[in-house]
Design a binder for this molecule. Structure first.
Ligand code: GMT
Length: 372
């Protein structure tokens, strides 16, 4: 079958959408397709040389005529230039705003039938979709894309409701690279972090935005650590971190909570852990929950957005109402103190990650969309 030439635009930073876009590009390249990343900097997961992958930097120049740096216009122009020169078949953009709009403009500039595939990841809809000054533009981006995918069925419902569109949107779940995310032997690493034998390890990984409700995690963990010997690893950085640090101090939990900042080797950190907390108030999928499950770490999560599509409540993890700190702590304690229940949840987590979110299946779904 003919190999495709695919352009990919995403935010290249640490967020889940950039991770998924980059991992998809890597898998497509392994399958022989030619992949062109068109991004403002090299995606952080593109950490070595990959045959079949090309990188086109979007360099945004500052001109005094512009009050703000014209990222969107520069991106559209770069997309058009790359698409025309490389004869791309597809532009796969991650986020309706601004990336789908840039792709639509690029397509008009080159005047050919390049296919625009837009993947919705959440924030572009669940935050920007409430802004009356942007909702019409989001609708336009969705309706003018040739194909629109979303990372969960819940995100499709939210998009239809908020953006008021009849456009067909199909669910394509996120995935992880199973060659990286599996449970590793990390005994020495645990010692290095001062984690004792028998001590339970909870973990949270995010960008510490208010939607992640990291304060709730500290409150939940406080109730847990009052009952059992445990530590909490906090991975990531973001606007709520100062408040979180203050609460840790107030609760006198400095010896129990390890604030580790942004980290690269997430699967090792997950392999040191027994439980992941994801207590967000908005989460279209929760990629970190899947990363945890693939490393055999059950998840305590909130029952919102796409999280219930990732975690099977009562089987591979537990879900609860946003803000129900007491409930979350009881669920965590139940799992952490019952060895046989824990073993069942761990086995189910691994099974679910493999069965429903297999990278090879998901890359095939995207290929079928590109070819349709
Ligand atoms: O979670 C974030 O704040 C980052 C954001 C992003 O755009 O990278 O994540 C969104 O996309 C991820 C990949 O599809 C999803 O796993 C996250 O659930 C989603 N975040 C939200 O919906 C808040």
């Amino acid at each position: 079958m003919k190999k495709l030439k695919i352009g990919i635009s995403c935010y290249p930073s640490v967020g889940g959408s950039g991770v998924v876009a980059t991992e998809l590009g890597k898998l497509l390249a392994e399958r022989g397709h030619e992949v062109h990343f068109i991004t403002s900097s090299i995606p952080f997961r593109l950490d070595r040389v990959y045959p079949n992958i090309y990188y086109h930097e979007v360099e945004v120049n500052q001109y005094s005529v512009f009050q703000y740096p014209p990222y969107d216009l520069t991106l559209a122009s770069r997309m058009a230039e790359v698409a025309k020169r490389e004869n791309l078949d597809v532009l796969h953009v991650h986020y309706a705003l601004p990336h789908a709009i840039c792709a639509i403009l690029a397509k008009q500039m080159i005047g050919n039938d390049i296919k625009i595939v837009t993947t919705l990841h959440g924030t572009d809809i669940t935050v920007l979709g409430y802004d009356p000054s942007l909702v019409g533009l989001i609708r336009f981006a969705i309706e003018q894309s040739d194909v629109v995918t979303a990372v969960s069925a819940d995100l499709i419902s939210q998009t239809k409701e908020l953006v008021k569109t009849d456009k067909d949107i199909c669910t394509v779940y996120n995935f992880i690279d199973e060659r990286v995310y599996y449970r590793k032997d990390v005994k020495d690493l645990k010692k290095h972090y001062g984690l004792k034998e028998g001590e339970k390890v909870c973990i949270h990984i995010s960008n510490f935005r208010p939607v992640k409700r990291v304060m709730d995690i500290i409150k939940t963990f406080k109730l847990v650590v009052e009952q059992i010997d445990a530590k909490l690893l906090l991975i990531g950085n973001g606007p709520d971190l100062p408040r979180v640090r203050k609460l840790i101090q107030e609760y006198d939990l400095e010896d129990k909570v390890l604030v580790l900042g942004n980290q690269k080797h997430i699967s090792e950190l997950l392999s040191m852990s027994d439980l992941l907390f994801l207590l967000s108030e908005k989460e279209s999928f929760g990629l970190v929950a899947l990363e945890a499950m693939a490393c055999g770490v059950p998840v305590i999560g909130s029952n919102i957005g796409g999280i219930p599509e990732v975690i099977d409540d009562g089987i591979s993890g537990y879900l609860g109402e946003v803000g129900d700190i007491k409930g979350f702590s009881e669920k965590a304690l139940k799992l952490l103190t019952d060895e046989s229940l824990y073993a069942d949840f761990q086995r189910e987590s691994l099974k679910r990650a493999e069965k429903h979110f297999s990278s090879s299946e998901i890359v095939k779904q995207y290929e079928a969309i590109y070819r349709a």
